[in-house]
Ligand binder design. Structure first.
Ligand SMILES: Cc1ncc(C[n+]2csc(CCOP(=O)(O)OP(=O)(O)O)c2C)c(N)n1
Length: 284
């Protein structure tokens, strides 16, 4: 399997690009299982729902230089649902920001790979996240900074759907719409589960697209596990509005006994379940 980043000007067909991403995503999910199995800590449900979104961004869409993570023209990425750090770390290691060996230190005392990402410690992490509701306001700042510095980098923020209960998201959404930040894309990992409950039972979000449209955003809705659909949505011609992508996903996607089960927000598989999960992922 090749995990090289896509090259600018890549003329492969959408299908070929999607097939390559699917392969990478399968490996990333195995890496996530192994990463959290050691410390017996992590958030496997949300890691697996967001994997295909992260892989599509990091291995195809975003302009990055893993060997030069602070490159001024890089596209900015913020994982606002920072509890899913194991997914982000696995992607960053595979993309070449740091050695995959480091993943074995996940959440160990003094490790740089904390339960929540820290930009001062980990190459490729753009913002410290974990307290929900902060990623989008930071992303709006990065997008405005690009307009001030006349740079054409794009900013991508991944949000959880439970996270949208945090009011700061809506202030940021309103301001991004007002400023017509067409260089900003927010993606909601719409797995319909949060910690301990379904989102629609806790604080319903629907009609989600209409709400963002009312705030001045362009809205796309896709299957968040379909790499070709994700690619098309990220590459749609830009208009003078920020873009909101509703990525419909399944929490725990890819492993039968984890998928769409509320208890797997931060439950950790037993050694037997680790083997079963890897077997299921390898068979896909
Ligand atoms: C401000 C804040 N409140 C509570 C938490 C604890 N917390 C961590 S994850 C989570 C649920 C988030 O649900 P969602 O955004 O849907 O994430 P996903 O289901 O995709 O993992 C909560 C409440 C937190 N990290 N920050």
């Amino acid at each position: 399997m090749s995990t090289a980043l896509a090259q600018p000007g890549d003329t492969s067909s959408l299908e070929a690009r999607a097939a390559r991403l699917k392969e990478i995503a399968a490996d990333i999910r195995v890496s996530i299982v192994n990463t959290i199995a050691g410390p017996r800590m992590g958030h496997i449900g949300g890691d697996f729902s967001v994997t295909d979104i992260l892989v599509t961004l990091f291995f195809d869409i975003m302009r990055t230089r893993p060997a030069d993570p602070e490159w001024a023209e890089r596209d900015r990425f913020i994982l606002s649902k920072g509890h899913c750090s194991a997914a982000l770390y696995s992607v960053l290691a595979t993309a070449g920001y740091f050695s995959p060996d480091l993943l074995s230190t996940f959440m160990a005392p003094l490790s740089v790979l904390n339960g929540h990402p820290n930009r001062r410690k980990v190459k490729g992490v753009e913002a410290n996240t974990g307290p929900l509701g902060h990623g989008l306001p930071i992303g709006v700042g990065a997008a405005i900074a690009a307009t001030i510095s006349k740079s054409d980098y794009r900013t991508f923020v991944v949000l959880g759907d439970g996270e949208l209960q945090e009011g700061s998201n809506w202030e940021a959404a309103m301001f991004a719409g007002h400023r017509k930040l067409s260089n900003l894309t927010a993606i909601v990992d719409r797995n319909r589960l949060q910690q301990g409950a379904r989102t629609e039972d806790t604080n319903s979000l629907e009609p989600l697209g209409d709400k963002w449209r009312a705030f001045g955003w362009e809205v796309h809705e896709v299957d968040g596990h379909d790499h070709a659909a994700l690619l098309a949505a990220f590459e749609a011609p830009r208009i003078d509005k920020p873009r909101f992508l509703i990525a419909n996903t399944r929490k725990g996607k890819g492993v039968s006994f984890i998928e769409d089960r509320v208890e797997w927000h931060h439950k950790v598989p037993s050694p037997e379940q680790v083997l079963q999960a890897i077997e299921e992922l390898r068979a896909q």
